[in-house]
Ligand binder design. Sequence first.
Ligand code: DGT
Ligand code: CA
Ligand code: CA
Ligand code: ZN
Length: 578
Amino acid sequence: MENSEFAKIFREIAQLLELRSAGGGEDRFKVRAYRKAAQNIEDLADDLKTVYQKGGLKALEEVPGIGAGLAAHIAELIKTGRVKKYESLLKQFPPGFIEMTRVPGIGPKTALLFLKKFKIASVAKLRQAVARGLIKDLPGFKEKKLENIRQGLALKEKAKGRFLLSEADQYIRAIVSQLEKLPEIERILPAGSYRRGQETVGDIDLLVTAGNAGPVMKAFTSLPQVKRILSRGPTRASVILKNNMQADLRVVGPKEFGSAAHYFTGNKQHNIMVREMAIKKGLKISEYGVFRKNKWLAGRTEAEVFRSVGLPFIPPELRTGGGELAAARNGRLPRLVELSDIRGDLQMHSDHSDGGNTIAELAGAAKQLGYEYIAVTDHTRSARVAGGQTEKEFLKELEEIDRLNAGLKGLRVLKGVEIDILPDGTLDYPNEVLKEAEVVIAAVHSGFKMPKEKMTRRLLKAMENKYVNILSHPTGRLIGRRDPYRVAIEDIIKAAKATGTYLEINAYPERLDLSDVHCRQAKEAGVLMAIDTDSHAALQLANMKYGVLTARRGWLEKKDIINTLPLGQLLIKLKAKR
Ligand code: DGT
Ligand code: CA
Ligand code: CA
Ligand code: ZN
C-alpha cells in the first residue's frame, strides 16, 4: 500500500464532506484538515505502512500532520483494506455522482443543484442535459457558466483514461522494485510512453527477460498494486492497478530483448518509419529481431536494431516520428540535457507564502540533491489564496535569506520572488522593490479568460520589465484539468529572445509548461529556458526529473538551460537584462 493511496482516500473523504456541507455546517473545518493531511502524506519520505508495521498506532500518530483520527483510518485501511467512514459517506450519494463533481467547471454546489433539480447524477446524464439545453432553464444560470461546463466535459473526454507521468512513475517504481527482487528476472524495462517521458501515460508496458517465466507471471499478477487480473498466459499478463491504470508485462528471450524494447517503446509512428527504412535495405524488423529473408541477424540490443538501418542510438524521448530519423542520419541528434546537468532550482515556495517548509528546510533538501543554488520565490500580495506577501513581508524575507546564507556552506539561497502579472500586464510590486530580488519570476495566477490579443499583450508587457528574468508556466495549463489560456505563444517566444527573458519549463507534474512542443519552438528561436520545480514542499524538489524529460522531448541540450550553469555564470545571466 503506497502513501499515495492513503492520500487519495483522504482527499476523497474531504470531497465527500465538502459535498455534504455545501450549505455550510461543521464539516467545513474537517474538509481542510483532510486535504492538508493528504498533501502531507504525499510529501512524506517514510512509507506509512512500514511505519505502522514497525511501531503500531503510536508511531503513526507521531508522523507530522497525522493526528489520532487519521492514524486510526490508516491502520484500518492497512488491516481491513477499507475505511468505514469513507464508505458510509459514499453511500449518501448516488453512484456516479462523485465522478460528475470532478468535471472541471462543476463545483459541489452546482453538482448538488443538478442532483436536486434534475436528478442528474452522472457524467453521462450531465452530458445529455447540456446537449438538450436543459440546464439553461435554471434560474440564475448564466451562459458563461454553461460554457465552462461544456469545456469541462470536453476536457474530461480528452483526458479519458490517461494518467500523469508522475502517477505512472510512482506505480512503475514500486512495481519494478518488487519484481527486481525475483531471482528469475534478469532484466526489466518499463517501455511505452512512460519511457519516452510523455506528459501523460495511457498504460504501462513492462518488458522482462527471465530464466523462467512462470514465477514472474505469478509475482506480477499478485502484486499489492493489482486490483484485477485481465489475462495471464505463460509469457504475457495484463492487470488493472488500484488507480485503474492498465499494466501489461511480457517476457522475452535475451536474443530479442533489444528489438522488443524498441518495438514496445514506440511510438507507433517512429516504429513504422524505422521498418520502412529496413524494407528499403531488404531487411525486416519486428519485435522479434532484425531478419534478412527469414534469417535472424540482430536484436539483442536497441543499438543493434538502429545499426541495422545505419543509424546511431536514438534516445527514447525523441522517438516520435518528428524528424529524429533524419537528424540521426545526418549526425545532427542533440546531446540531450540530463538530470545530472542541473545545478539548482529557481522556483519554490516556502512557508512565507503557500509552501509547507521553511527556507532552511528547503535549503537542506537542495543540499541533499547536490545543488549549488536554489531560489526561493514566494507569491506576492495579489495571489491571496496562495498566501501572497506584501512588500514589507517580502523585504523581511530577504533579510532572513541573507542571514541564512551567512551560515550555509556549499549552497547559496538566491533571493527570489514569483511576481503576479496583473490583468493589465503591470506587476504586483514596484520596481524599487523588485530590484532587491536576484531572481524575478513573473506569472499569471488569475484572470485567465481574456481574449488572446489581450493576454498576449499582458505577458509581453511583463516581459519588457527589465527586472523580470523568467516567465513562469507560460501557458497556465493544468493537464487534464484546465486548458492553456489563449495566448500567441510564437509572439511570447519572440519577445523572450528580444527582451532577454528566459522561459520556464515548470516541472510540476500537472503543469509541464512549457510543453515539449513549445520547448522545441523556443530552442529554434534561440531562447534560453529554466527548468523549475515550483515546489510547495521540500520533497517536491524531486519533480525536477519530469521537467528534464519534457526538455529532452523538446530536443533541449545542456546549453539551452540556464540552471545547468555554475552559480557565477548564472548570476551573470540573471543580471544581463538590468
Ligand atoms: P500510451 O500507452 O497510450 O500512453 O502510449 P504507448 O506509446 O505506450 O502505446 P501502447 O501502450 O499502445 O503501445 C506500446 C508501444 O507498442 C507503442 O509505443 C508502439 C508499439 N505499438 C503498439 N501498437 C503498434 C502498431 O500497431 N504498430 C507498431 N508499429 N507499433 C505498435
Ligand atoms: Ca503504454
Ligand atoms: Ca500497452
Ligand atoms: Zn504557490
